[in-house]
Design a protein around this ligand. Structure first.
Ligand code: FAD
Length: 391
């Protein structure tokens, strides 16, 4: 159907590819073009922090090549190609191929940003060891890390959030020695009340992780073949390699330059529409009706709703209760955080078998929960009771 203007999706992460799959279930005719700065491999990003324990190499995480995906989706996929400009008036993209060949332009009918997020800039650290500090937010990043990890033994992990704790779990289980440093007092401190965080910390420590809570890395220096980190209390840690997991920030620069409203992420309504009616966003780059969530469950909800909207049936997304399973197999942990700024307090039941913490508002309403160990058995009943993210 050459008369139709293409649907163009920027990004081939889980957001871009799942949207394309959902869209093709409803519309097989509209031309579909996807553009990515990477090689377009389809992979499950959550597996990056659990693949050593699964005995998987980075190559084994690649479940389909861009070519396979292009065939499956009847799409044209432009890999190693960077979108450098969006002209929303003429509905034209500027494409810059990585190989240095000529820039090209591309017209779209509807455009979707699925541009993901990038690792937050590092806090100031002195020393010459930054070149041995890895960060992981893509299969390519992970491949580089795993290659450098070969024949190493001691890993310094900076950041004990979701991803940092999962890597600590995975590396320890695979036989590496791990020092885990975080400026907050206990692991997952922004998501878990102290009792649950300490419970996870104990499980990691029993398996050999050395946790340095309330500490920052002040200096990172190279030393023959490895690194030395000095903490802000003067302690010194030696490691072969370092990994920082210090959070993400949405990739919004391209949208902002195109004059699209950006708040913390690309600001979209519940129909995933941006301030420009022909432009949509989903996934880690998008702030959906004020909610910025870097998880797979919300992006899947968005992919289903947006596919309907783009095929002519305008459908708002609804976020229900979306508990996140932290892949810390040493102490299974599930968290359903209350919305930021919610009024209420944690009520904690803790035993040697696990923690069940409920975050209740002033009228007793369940606004969030955190479970570890056997506490996880309460997941479904608490999910049924908990207030959904969007009402
Ligand atoms: P991305 O995967 O970042 O994709 C962005 C795409 O945009 C890429 O293809 C990139 O090349 C492209 N792009 C960006 N800018 C441009 C440009 N200008 N031009 C061309 N292309 C561009 N979530 C869970 O729910 N459960 C988990 O257990 C879990 N574990 C995780 C473990 C790790 C180690 C990590 C890093 C994340 C984890 N997450 C988890 C989060 C989840 O994986 C992400 O929310 C999700 O994968 C984001 O997908 P995305 O498509 O929005 O972004």
């Amino acid at each position: 159907d050459s008369g139709r203007e293409p649907l163009v999706i920027i990004g081939t992460g889980l957001a871009g590819y799942n949207l394309a799959r959902e869209f093709r279930k409803l519309d097989q005719r509209t031309p579909l073009i996807m553009i990515t700065g990477d090689d377009g491999t389809f992979y499950s990003k959550p597996l990056l922090s659990a693949s050593l324990a699964h005995g998987k190499t980075p190559q084994q995480l690649a479940s389909a090549s861009a070519e396979d995906m292009a065939r499956e989706l009847s799409a044209e996929i432009l890999v190693h190609t960077h979108v450098s400009d969006v002209d929303a008036d003429t509905r034209t993209l500027t494409l810059v191929p990585e190989d240095g060949s000529h820039q090209a332009t591309l017209r779209y009918g509807k455009l979707v940003f699925a541009t993901g997020a990038a690792c937050r800039p590092l806090p100031p650290m002195a020393g010459d060891g930054l070149s041995r500090l890895f960060r992981i937010n893509s299969l390519g990043d992970y491949h580089r890390f795993r290659t450098a990890l070969t024949s190493q033994r001691k890993v310094l992990l900076i950041g004990a959030g979701l991803i940092g704790c999962e890597f600590a779990n995975d590396l320890t289980q695979a036989g590496y020695e791990v020092d885990l440093v975080d400026p907050l007092a206990w692991p997952l401190a922004t998501l878990l009340p102290e009792a649950a965080g300490r419970d996870l910390q104990s499980a990691l420590e029993r398996a050999g992780v050395r946790f340095h809570g309330g500490r920052k890395v002040a200096t990172l220096n190279r030393r023959d073949g490895g690194i030395t980190a000095e903490l802000d209390n003067g302690d010194t840690l030696e490691a072969d390699i370092a990994l920082a997991a210090l959070g993400l920030q949405p990739n919004t620069g391209l949208a902002e330059a195109a004059g699209i409203s950006v708040d913390r992420g690309i600001a979209v309504s519940r129909t995933l529409q941006s301030s420009n009616p022909d432009i949509y966003a989903l996934g880690d780059c998008a702030e959906v009706d004020g909610h910025l969530l870097y998880f797979v469950a919300p992006l899947m909800q968005c992919a289903r709703a947006l596919a309907k909207t783009l095929s002519g049936d305008e459908t708002p997304v609804t976020y229900g209760v979306m508990p996140v399973a932290v892949k810390t197999t040493l102490r299974p942990t599930t968290v359903c955080p209350p919305s930021p700024g919610s009024e209420g307090e944690w009520k904690v039941e803790a035993s040697a078998d696990g923690v069940c913490a409920e975050f209740r508002g002033p009228d007793g309403q369940l606004l969030g929960f955190a479970l570890t160990g056997d506490g996880i058995a309460r997941r479904d009943s608490l999910s049924d009771e908990c207030q959904p993210i969007m009402t």
